[in-house]
Design a protein around this ligand. Structure first.
Ligand code: NAI
Ligand code: CS2
Length: 488
């Protein structure tokens, strides 16, 4: 109540004014992280203000402590989003969230019950790349994943989001309830398609009729999602407090830019998100590829190589003229050339916008944050575009440095005993402890099939280029390697 009063009395640049009491949890969202708060929650809140039809969101978290959910409840599910351009600041009060479930405390049964309520029309996800329990390079259900092993043995009390959604769909089918759409909002190419194939493969192992029913009745729209929403730190909570007068523990500070391209394929309807600026289209893939390769690929390049050069934040990399030039080169001369020729977007303009967004000194986006979960990100951000250039006979110079930077980063982190957040961390540690030479460690990292498929052992040109880049970083250092790339 006290926190509710504080947030309700906060000073916001803008708030919506629709009647919250009419909201129902038509959307259940799994993965109440920073990104969802700064992106989908904002789109949905703005949409509610402009349409007759109002959609509420029930938030579910399946991992970690319950502090965030406890705080959200204490402030009546309201939260703050502060948007910062290089020169301006805007604060919003987001009012679209209706309720919340933290399964480690509330129990998975409560989440299953929520997903099987009649009014639920969309189940959306921001569960990070690893949450899909797919092998990163192939995109196939990873049956060696511990959560999947658990859920196949205990499908009525799942631990993974994949198991939870499948169990809810089973109950909906058995009870004659209408299906919902499953909307992935994670940075994965063809995220809808991947979610569908993982859920179908999982369901098939339990009950092939269920898998057939899901295939016939459920839709999995793909999305391209974009807004830089860094993990919160103390000084960013200070920013929120300075802006609104209330240090919102559920608030986020993000850039002012936002983009959402959504495949318009919803089995039970959807909010009119286009009223808040989303693009509803027939085919998202060209946009997804553009964003994943040009933005996220460059982000990963900067995360690994920027860290090796001692940069803590992305904007600091942009203040180094060599890093800045190489990033633009990677975007335009490599990633852009790997895209569909039919993409009707001015890629020069897009790249320059990305450089401006990365340069925003008000956004404290840590290279170490983006460096997390490299095994889940490299296939779509580095390997796939490299392979397309290879097919098209276009030279790739920066992409091998991206992958080599990742290898140095992983080796350094493991050797120094630093914590490395990546589902394959045990594989890395095992390589480091069994293979003594650094150059041999690099070869072993490239041979990890889950990340590079067979390319790390069979694609001679790829292996040669990445190992050469690895050797350059080792012998002349990252700064000279980057300087050479600028001139190359
Ligand atoms: P976060 O760390 O704030 O939140 C991650 C969320 O995922 C948490 O709710 C956590 O409980 C959940 N999660 C983690 N592993 C899970 C698993 N195995 N199963 C189910 N849930 C799991 O991260 P943030 O910033 O919200 O980003 C999440 C994802 O959103 C990213 O991985 C990316 O795919 C996407 N995204 C993030 C952007 C950003 O700038 N932060 C921008 C565009 C997309
Ligand atoms: C980043 C993204 O953490 C990462 O891997 O590249 O989360 C990035 O900030 C977003 O995709 C921007 O939309």
């Amino acid at each position: 109540m006290e926190d509710q009063n504080k947030i309700e009395n906060g000073k916001f640049s803008s708030t919506t004014s629709y009647d919250r009491s009419v909201l129902k949890s038509n959307i259940v969202h799994i993965g109440f992280g920073a990104f969802h708060r700064g992106h989908q929650a904002v789109y949905n809140d703005l949409t509610n203000d402009q349409s007759e039809d109002k959609w509420g969101i029930c938030e579910i978290n399946m991992f970690g402590g319950s502090e965030l959910t406890d705080s959200l409840r204490a402030q009546d599910h309201l939260l703050t989003v502060v948007e910062k351009s290089a020169t301006e600041t805007h604060s919003r009060l987001v009012r679209t969230i209706t309720e919340s479930i933290h399964t480690p405390v509330d129990g998975i049964e409560k989440a299953i019950l929520k997903l099987t309520e009649d009014q639920v029309k969309i189940v959306s996800l921001t569960i990070t790349e690893k949450g899909y329990c797919a092998a990163p390079q192939s995109g196939m259900l990873d049956e060696t994943n511990q959560l999947i092993i658990h859920d196949l043995a205990n499908p009525t009390v799942p631990m993974s989001a994949i198991g939870l959604v499948t169990e809810a769909l089973r109950i909906r089918r058995d009870n004659g309830l209408a299906p919902f759409s499953v909307l992935s909002c994670d940075n994965i190419p063809e995220n809808g398609h991947l979610t569908k194939s993982v859920i179908l493969a999982f369901a098939k192992k339990l009950d092939s009729e269920l898998s057939d029913w899901i295939e016939e009745n459920v839709t999995f729209p793909s999305t391209m999602v974009d807004r830089i929403v860094p993990a919160m730190t103390d000084d960013q909570f200070d920013v929120i407090e300075e802006q609104t007068g209330y240090r919102d523990p559920c608030g986020v500070v993000c850039e002012d830019f936002r983009q959402w391209v959504v495949e318009d394929n919803f089995v039970a309807g959807r909010p009119q998100w286009e009223k808040a600026g989303a693009m509803l289209v027939g085919d998202v893939l060209p946009y997804e590829e553009m964003k994943l390769r040009m933005l996220n690929g460059s982000h990963s390049f900067l995360a690994y190589n920027g860290s090796l050069a001692g940069y803590e934040f992305i904007y600091q990399c942009m203040q180094d003229s060599d890093f800045r030039s190489v990033t633009l080169k990677l975007m335009l001369e490599e990633q852009a050339k790997s895209l569909s020729p039919d993409l009707n977007v001015d890629l020069n303009e897009y790249a320059n916008l990305l450089i401006a967004r990365f340069s925003n000194t008000n956004i404290k986006h840590k290279t170490a944050q983006i460096a997390m979960d490299g095994s889940q990100k490299l296939p779509q951000r580095a390997l796939a575009p490299y392979l397309t250039l290879q097919e098209r006979h276009i030279p790739a110079k920066c992409q091998p440095v991206l992958i080599a930077g990742w290898m140095h980063y992983v080796i350094d982190m493991v050797n120094k005993g630093n914590e490395l957040s990546d589902p394959l961390v045990e594989t890395y540690k095992s390589i480091m402890s069994h293979v003594p030479e650094k150059s041999e460690q690099a070869k072993s990292l490239l041979a990890i099939e889950k990340v590079f498929g067979k390319h790390g052992v069979e694609n001679k040109r790829f292996i040669e280029q990445v190992l050469k880049a690895f050797d350059d970083i080792e012998t002349v250092g990252i700064n000279i390697t980057i300087e050479k790339l600028v001139k190359d």
